[in-house]
Write a protein that binds this ligand. Structure first.
Ligand code: PLP
Ligand code: COI
Length: 343
């Protein structure tokens, strides 16, 4: 049963699923997409032999719709999500969903559920989850004969408890991805691998895991659900890891641009060694769900390293947060093509 928008207190939302009235579905067979449009049921009947159940042919995206002061609904760089979905599809030998169709599917799903796009100033947004699964009858290890692409949405609040307050993170002995595995693709298997380390971290009171590079375990890679950054004390350089096994975050790509071009900071994609955190004054996680979440400390092998700004967000993390969210809500001028109106 889908829910009524009037029953939602948008200010109080966490990050949880809601069954909204409409979702986009598209079906693929014999080399083409067919039956594309909005559907009402949140259930998907598929064969028990679907590769999504057995062999991990399961990719997804995460994006948001933002309601501005003018009441208009905006998307943030949806073309980038379309491109990344198709990169993930190629990695798992799944069909691509064309970029223009992807953007139309997202717009149509948001429009159909427009009552659920949270009001400006509520701190909540409409989270958008496009995904694709391998379906049809198949039992040998190989790509599926059929696929379903879908987009569903729900209003959400902050991903990490405390929103824009500082959180404690912890490293893990586990890896979320292998050195030449699927870390750079948004595939469900990476998240399956992160469930246990994530749960262990949360049960010990940490917000999430900071993963180390799977080959040497000496360099920071990213968090379980967001990319990672630090601000170097010397020169206020913005540094974020460069690695072939992390997800190429659209938020990261945007913040690299904003740090350099709007805040005038030096920026680098490079190595951040876990044994050398003393040189950094601020740290944070960045992603669609996480937005920019300041990291106050990282515990590694039982020792907690506190950044200079461990109890409250640092000034540059705060400035980046304001710049990014200002653009997303339409309060600040966006670089060409970053903001796409839904109507
Ligand atoms: N890294 C991981 C593992 C993620 O799940 C996400 C979320 O999508 C990100 C990074 C951030 O990517 P983006 O900024 O494109 O949302
Ligand atoms: C996102 O930020 O969109 C994510 O996919 C992170 C997480 C909810 C899996």
């Amino acid at each position: 049963m889908s829910i009524d928008a009037k029953d939602i207190n948008f200010e109080e939302l966490g990050f949880g699923y809601m069954d909204l009235p409409y979702r986009w579905r598209a079906y693929w067979k014999d080399g083409q997409w067919y039956k594309e449009g909005l559907e009402e049921s949140n259930m998907i009947p598929v064969s028990e032999a679907s590769t999504a159940f057995h062999y991990g042919q399961n990719i997804f995206e995460g994006m948001k719709a933002y309601r501005g002061q003018d009441d208009q609904i905006r998307l943030f760089r949806p073309d980038e999500n379309a491109k990344r979905l198709n990169a993930s599809a190629r990695r798992l030998i799944m069909p691509e969903y064309p970029e223009e169709k992807f953007i139309e599917a997202v717009k149509e799903t948001v429009k159909a559920n427009a009552d659920f796009v949270p009001p400006y100033g509520s701190g909540a947004t409409l989270y958008i989850r496009p995904f694709m699964i391998g379906t049809g009858d198949n039992i040998g290890v190989g790509p599926a004969p059929e696929y379903i692409f879908s987009v569903f949405v729900m209003p959400v609040g902050p991903y990490f408890k405390g929103g824009f307050g500082t959180s404690k993170f912890v490293t893990s002995e586990y890896d979320r991805a292998a050195p030449h595995g699927t870390g750079a693709a948004k595939v469900a298997g990476n998240y399956g691998a992160s469930l246990k380390p994530g749960k262990d971290a949360k049960s010990e009171g940490y917000a999430d895991v900071v993963y180390l590079d799977p080959a040497t375990h000496t360099k920071i890679e990213e968090a379980g659900s967001a990319n990672f950054f630090v601000i170097e004390r010397d020169g206020h350089k913005f540094v974020t890891p460069a690695s072939p096994s992390i997800l190429p975050s659209i938020t990261k790509k945007s913040i690299l641009y904003l740090a350099e071009n709007r805040l005038g900071l030096p920026v680098e994609e490079g190595d951040i060694f876990i044994d050398d955190l003393g040189r950094y004054e601020e740290a944070g996680a960045m992603g669609t769900a996480a937005v920019i979440s300041p990291i106050g400390s990282i515990t590694h092998q039982g020792e907690e390293h506190k950044f200079d700004y461990s109890d409250q967000p640092g000034p540059l993390t705060t400035a980046l947060y304001k710049e990014l969210t200002g653009i997303q809500y339409g309060d600040k001028e966006a670089p060409e093509g970053w903001v796409v109106m839904v109507d």
